[in-house]
Design a protein around this ligand. Structure first.
Ligand code: DGY
Length: 326
């Protein structure tokens, strides 16, 4: 924990975070920090937020009425070092006139890149290939062994054509994608820049060779990818999720993968996180699970940390945050 002595606003940072954010905050506030790489226990968070002016949090902290009550009326800015803010009770913050900041844009490239990597590792059966090399099951070259699905001519369906969905689509087009579909929502006229066609979710699920979860998690789409959705997908289709684990009913996904209803899945996000090591999904060859690393480049994480810090300082200075949830 570090503090300065000046009579400045108090900001609490809930974790060790990349230094650009901390450097930005230094000398602009009285800074205290949960000095650990692990998440702050809830009871500790409740104590540490008391009387602070600004809260720099992560997606691992649930910022709800209880935490806001513990902070008290001094709290004037909440900013999360993430683009997703489903862990922050935005309505409750609004009620109390506390602006909420997040970190869009600066992680878009990194997240899109990882989404493509995950898609390719599932579709080209990279995990099985690596395992075969290691465990000696790699025999002679075989024409029918480890054949996957290519992107050339494929139909890609994106659930949520926001910043990240668009960035993923742009990166996939050069692989020779035949058709790009999207469902649920579009931001900023992205579809015309691809081009991509709007379809309802049913059609997207039925027609896509690859279904990609790129949307923010909301109450409405929680559990959207359930057994009914997987049944609509082609048996040869692959599902990729880099949004939030809550989008998927994981028991249903397991059944769909096990029974061959869909061909494969790649998840960078699960529910819960970490996924218990004895989770059935981890027993499947046709499922690749990563530990929520889509935004994990040094460049992106530093930019997220700095933007999160800027959000707080701007709000404490009475300005609109550079990235404020609307
Ligand atoms: C986010 O920012 O919401 C990602 O899930 C982690 O970077």
């Amino acid at each position: 924990m570090s503090t300065t002595t000046a009579n400045l606003p108090k900001v609490f940072v809930t974790r060790r975070v990349p230094e650009d954010g901390i450097n930005f905050l230094r000398n602009k506030c009285v800074l205290t920090q949960w000095d650990s790489d692990d998440a702050i226990p809830r009871e500790e968070l409740k104590k540490r937020v008391k009387d602070i002016d600004g809260l720099f949090c992560l997606l691992t902290e649930k910022i709800d009425a209880e935490i806001l009550d513990c902070a008290g009326p001094s709290l004037r800015a909440v900013s999360t070092m993430s683009v997703g803010y489903d862990h922050v009770d935005f309505a409750e913050c609004q009620k109390r006139n506390i602006p909420v900041g997040f970190t869009p844009d600066v992680l878009t490239s990194a997240t899109a890149e990882l989404t493509v990597a995950l898609l390719l590792s599932v579709s080209r059966r990279i995990k099985e290939g690596i395992n075969a090399v290691k465990d000696g099951s790699w025999g002679t070259w075989k024409p029918l062994w480890l054949c996957g699905q290519g992107l050339d001519g494929a139909t890609v369906g994106i659930i949520g054509l926001g910043r990240i969905g668009f960035a993923v689509a742009k990166r996939l087009m050069p692989f020779g994608v035949g058709k790009m579909l999207y469902a649920e929502y579009e931001e900023k006229d992205y579809a015309s820049q691809l081009p991509a066609e709007y379809v309802d979710l049913d059609k997207l699920l039925k027609e896509s060779d690859f279904v990609l979860g790129c949307c923010a998690l909301t109450k409405e789409n929680t559990g959207l990818m359930n057994s009914a959705a997987f049944k609509k997908m082609k048996n040869s289709a692959i599902f990729i999720n880099t949004s939030r684990g809550g989008l998927v009913n994981q028991d249903d996904l397991y059944q769909a993968l096990k029974s061959g209803e869909i061909l494969g899945a790649g998840l960078d996000v699960t529910s819960p996180e970490p996924l218990p090591t004895d989770h059935p999904l981890l027993t499947l060859d046709n499922c690749v699970v990563l530990p929520h690393i889509a935004s994990a480049t040094m460049k992106s994480r530093n930019a997220m940390s700095e933007l999160c810090a800027r959000n707080i300082i701007e709000a404490l200075n009475g300005n609109i945050m550079p990235a404020q949830v609307k």
